[in-house]
Write a protein that binds this ligand. Sequence first.
Ligand code: C2E
Ligand code: MG
Ligand code: MG
Ligand code: MG
Length: 281
Amino acid sequence: RAKELGGHRVEVFAAHMHADVMRRLEMAADLQRALMENQFALEYQPVVDLATSRVTAVEALVRWWRGSAFVPPEDFLGVAEDTGLIVPLSEWILTEACREVAAWRASSWDIGLNVNLSPRQITSPRFVDTIAAALKESGLPPSALTLEVTEDLLVEDADERIERLSALRALGVRLAIDDFGTGYASLAYLRQLPVDMIKIDPSFVSGLGSDETLALLTRTIVRLGHDLGLVVVAEGIERPEQLEQLREMGCTRGQGYLVARPMAPRRVDTLMPPKLSGTLR
Ligand code: C2E
Ligand code: MG
Ligand code: MG
Ligand code: MG
């Protein structure tokens, strides 16, 4: 009897698994086609100086319309990772973003570019060369590029990845820890990785104005980051009271829907500060 029940449970489980495998296979095929047919796009979300509201950088975020349905990156990046498609996809993202931001900088707009890295991408033997090539072809100075990595990156193959990221940093590229504070060993990573920036996870920022503990933790992270000489960016700012508290804590940079949503490239143009015309007197 117990065996029967158990056996039944295995079958149900297997059916679910089967559906999931099919879904992922279909998605993998669609991703492959999307890559060949150039169906991906980039949006850019501004990172601003919280004191002056000046845009200091833009973060490139990949967008995929699967037919008429928008698929959030978190729903397809896992499949792209598992199938290895993340490598060519990431190469396209990097090349496209460097080219676009280099063009904005050519109109004497001093902005940086942040690009997210996937864990698998870093293990690709082409990784360092791809980034060096994207910089060279676009003319973007290495110091204008910040690569965002998450803490789970160092769970496996840590030595190899640290070595590659260090090689890039030696070229002048900057590194950021994304979603800071959510990994199980946030502080340890600061010793292992040569980072320039931490991005405080939205789960801290969301509690500002209502949760004393989260406010205290946020304040502590801001201070820690600054004491280590890092740029600290607060992510996910949605409400004015969060912005107020972050300013009061001395957090200098921020990102979030309140400040600016991710936007299409042609809308980024409109954020460009007006050029000084004629001679200054
Ligand atoms: P992330 O790098 O932490 O990016 C921030 C995410 O938060 C973005 O979601 C952004 O649209 C969203 N966001 C920004 N401000 C707010 C806010 O005020 N409130 C809320 N609720 N959300 C906000 P998105 O574009 O869906 O990306 C999700 C994640 O997918 C990213 O998290 C990143 O880990 C990954 N991702 C996105 N684009 C790329 C890419 O080009 N390459 C790689 N490897 N990963 C990417
Ligand atoms: Mg990011
Ligand atoms: Mg983040
Ligand atoms: Mg994230």
